[in-house]
Design a protein around this ligand. Structure first.
Ligand SMILES: *[C@@H]1O[C@H](CO)[C@@H](O)[C@H](O)[C@H]1NC(C)=O
Ligand SMILES: *[C@@H]1O[C@H](CO)[C@@H](O)[C@H](O)[C@H]1NC(C)=O
Ligand SMILES: *[C@@H]1O[C@H](CO)[C@@H](O)[C@H](O)[C@H]1NC(C)=O
Ligand SMILES: *[C@@H]1O[C@H](CO)[C@@H](O)[C@H](O)[C@H]1NC(C)=O
Ligand SMILES: *[C@@H]1O[C@H](CO)[C@@H](O)[C@H](O)[C@H]1NC(C)=O
Ligand SMILES: *[C@@H]1O[C@H](CO)[C@@H](O)[C@H](O)[C@H]1NC(C)=O
Length: 636
């Protein structure tokens, strides 16, 4: 015990000293910034004072990978690259394709005068979701239903391994939005309408980045080595509070409301050492967050003591002006002076670099502002170990979609399911379903479709229906492999009334829901179950005892149809492991999920959140029936 305790303690102490204490002068031959034994802050200052304005502005520039070359990176001293949603080296790219691409870009950066490595970032928001055959975890709304921060932390650790496997050290996650209106197209990226649930789920940060050892300075960015990735708390701040849930719109709320509802998770992520914060497209009381000095500089960097770097959203600064990009000079000046450090440009680097250079030369942007931005970017790069390990290798390639990660995703699916109704009356529960039956119907558009059960941000930006985009098990696959071998399971997408009357089924599992979407494309004012899903529910449930499994990023209108259903399960957007749904339907595991959101009766009630004066939900926040394995055993 003693020796096991002593060794890490010693290395922690050394590590902490290295951050701040300038231990020894460096000989003429060595350069402080290249010396991993020097304190991070000394390395930052040493490198910063060696840099030209062009080298500094390059660090502040983040570009999309498409059409990008090592040459462009080298000539413009580019500091960062990203993959936008669905931006991949090629269809079905392997870990090697990714690593080769990123190493090639890195060569450009490492061949510059000072050899400052790029940091490559990607939206890994429910697993490493752009990557073929990666494990796709439930979207955040489902994880919110689990109320299990440790599960979320383990998902973060698994995601970090898969992201690193492709040579990427930086993930744009977690989204800590507090979605206050399900009409918002990003509501599924939010863990809950309740900030305390969102705060608990900031454990994703420690999963992605690792746990800072005790004694590590609070509020200082942390990264636990080559199996971890830099995280990004987003979108600062108030993204989930916009009018009618309109994406990127205006959050109308007073200062106290902003602090009480939308802000609380940020200090949690900062305390956990989050490396970066992304700014929200939205406005707060009419002021664009991308140009908000008070919130970015005074509050985030000042009051909350955030020491990592602040990054814009994709073309986020372009949208400071209306029409978009109508005065880019204004956009650059307003955003950099508000305190943004890195800009996700992501294409026209000539324009961004040219304008920012001129703004500095004409003193519209001060050199100290540039130095603050670059120091923060370098700090994160040093902490991330990029100077010591700029190139990726294939040592983690087998982590992508590994058996362990898929098991973890399946556990997450089980814990995310919320049982809303079980039986037409409380004396006749339908769930858990018996494994041994004659004939079972599985119906609905979403029952046998990986793309639909994964939702948006899966392989492509908006997500894509179908079973050929990536690998996993559908809910239908899961049911087939769970029931007794003697039970006959038949699948029909949208069976006819005649078929249902002619065939004797013991019961039906109907799986319907939303079609994949992301961001603005997902904004929706009616929140109805898309056709033919609704018809399928009504036709099947009229004929056969049915459990409806709803695949959706948010509560939908169900009140008028609820009485037709014998049982109802909210499965959110479960991801690649459909077997997790069958695990619970058939009682191998209990239902434990609790609503992370209020389930409304009618859209004209929206917005309606727990604690509101006019609260009149169909199912309240926190609702969720339970089943018990003991009951399952009896039922079989
Ligand atoms: C990349 O290059 C191709 C071929 O020239 C072009 O069609 C495409 O629009 C370019 N993409 C971007 C983002 O510039
Ligand atoms: C909010 O959306 C409305 C309607 O689309 C639009 O006119 C308005 O400019 C938007 N406001 C902001 C701050 O984006
Ligand atoms: C664009 O913004 C700059 C300053 O940010 C301002 O000086 C200039 O007048 C603006 N141009 C137009 C066309 O509005
Ligand atoms: C990608 O993989 C899927 C199978 O998962 C296959 O159907 C498809 O043809 C592949 N596409 C390409 C371009 O390799
Ligand atoms: C999947 O199949 C569809 C329809 O056959 C096809 O359009 C699409 O390109 C395929 N996707 C991949 C990744 O091969
Ligand atoms: C509901 O809204 C969505 C998004 O605007 C739209 O595509 C769909 O057609 C609407 N559905 C109904 C039934 O109005």
């Amino acid at each position: 015990m003693a020796s096991r305790f002593l060794a890490p303690t010693m290395s922690i102490l050394v590590g902490i000293l290295l951050l701040f204490v300038h231990t020894s002068p460096v000989g003429a031959a060595g350069e402080v910034y290249k010396d991993p034994n020097q304190p991070v802050e000394a390395r930052v200052q040493d490198l910063l004072q060696k840099m030209t304005l062009a080298e500094k502005i390059g660090q502040m520039t983040q570009l999309e990978r498409e059409n990008m070359t090592a040459e462009i990176i080298k000539n413009n001293f580019i500091g960062s690259l990203l993959s936008g949603g669905g931006s991949v080296p090629k269809t079905n790219a392997t870990a090697k394709d990714w690593v080769d691409m990123i190493n090639e870009f890195q060569k450009g950066a490492m061949s510059t005068r000072l050899g400052i490595p790029i940091i490559y970032g990607i939206d890994a928001v429910h697993g490493h979701n752009n990557v073929y055959k990666a494990t796709i975890f439930p979207h955040n709304v489902g994880l919110g239903a689990s109320r299990d921060p440790d599960l979320v932390k383990r998902i973060g650790a698994a995601t970090a391994l898969e992201v690193r496997a492709t040579g990427i050290p930086y993930a744009f996650a977690p989204c800590i939005a507090v979605c206050r209106d399900p009409r918002w197209g990003r509501c599924y990226e939010s863990y809950s309408e309740d900030h305390t649930v969102v705060q608990q789920m900031t454990e994703l940060v420690t999963g992605l980045q690792g746990d800072a050892p005790s004694g590590y300075p609070e509020d200082y960015p942390y990264l636990g080595g080559k199996t971890k990735v830099v995280a990004c708390a987003k979108h600062y701040v108030g993204d989930g509070g916009t009018v009618k849930g309109i994406n990127e719109n205006n959050t109308l709320i007073d200062w106290k409301g902003l602090l009480d509802i939308h802000m609380p998770a940020y200090p949690d992520t900062i305390r956990k050492g989050v490396g970066t914060v992304m700014i929200s497209y939205s406005s707060w009381n009419g002021k664009k967050m991308h140009a908000n000095y008070d919130l970015v500089t005074t509050h985030l960097k000042g009051v909350l003591k955030f020491k990592g770097f602040v990054i814009s959203d994709w073309q986020g600064i372009d949208r400071i002006t209306y029409p978009e990009h109508s005065n880019y000079t204004y956009s650059v000046e307003a955003s950099i002076n508000a305190g943004l450090d890195m800009i996700m440009v992501p294409y026209n680097y000539n324009e961004f670099i040219g304008i920012l250079t001129q703004l500095v030369q004409k003193n519209y942007v001060s050199m100290s502002r540039i130095d603050d931005a670059v120091a923060r970017i370098l700090r994160v790069k040093f902490v991330a170990g990029l100077f010591e390990n700029p190139y990726a290798d294939l040592s983690l390639a087998d982590q992508i979609g590994s058996k362990d990660h898929r098991e973890l995703a399946r556990e997450a699916v089980r814990k995310s399911l919320v049982l809303l109704k079980n039986g037409k009356n409380s004396n006749s529960p339908l769930l858990p379903l018996p494994k041994k039956s004659g004939k079972v119907l599985v119906a609905g558009s979403h029952a046998n479709n990986i793309g639909l059960q994964c939702g948006g941000w899966t392989i492509t930006w908006h997500g894509t229906p179908g079973n050929n985009y990536t690998t996993g098990t559908t809910i239908f696959d899961g049911i087939k492999s769970t029931v007794d071998p003697g039970t006959k399971v038949i699948y029909r997408n949208n069976p006819s009334d005649k078929f249902l009357k002619d065939t004797k089924f013991d019961y039906a599992v109907v799986v319907v829901g939303e079609v994949p979407y992301s961001e603005t494309q997902g904004d929706n004012l009616n929140l109805t179950i898309p056709q033919p899903g609704l018809d399928t529910v009504q036709t099947v449930c009229k004929n056969i005892k049915c459990v409806v499994v709803l695949i959706s990023g948010r509560p939908l209108v169900i009140e008028p149809y609820l009485s037709d259903m014998d049982a109802l399960v909210a499965a959110w957007l479960p991801g690649s492991e459909g077997k997790g749904v069958a695990d619970v339907l058939f009682g191998d595991f209990p239902f434990t999920g609790k609503l992370p959101r209020t389930w409304f009766k009618r859209v004209d009630q929206l917005p309606m959140n727990v604690g509101d004066a006019h609260y009149d939900p169909l199912f309240p926040f926190g609702f969720g029936l339970e089943t018990h394995p003991a009951a399952a055993a009896k039922a079989q």
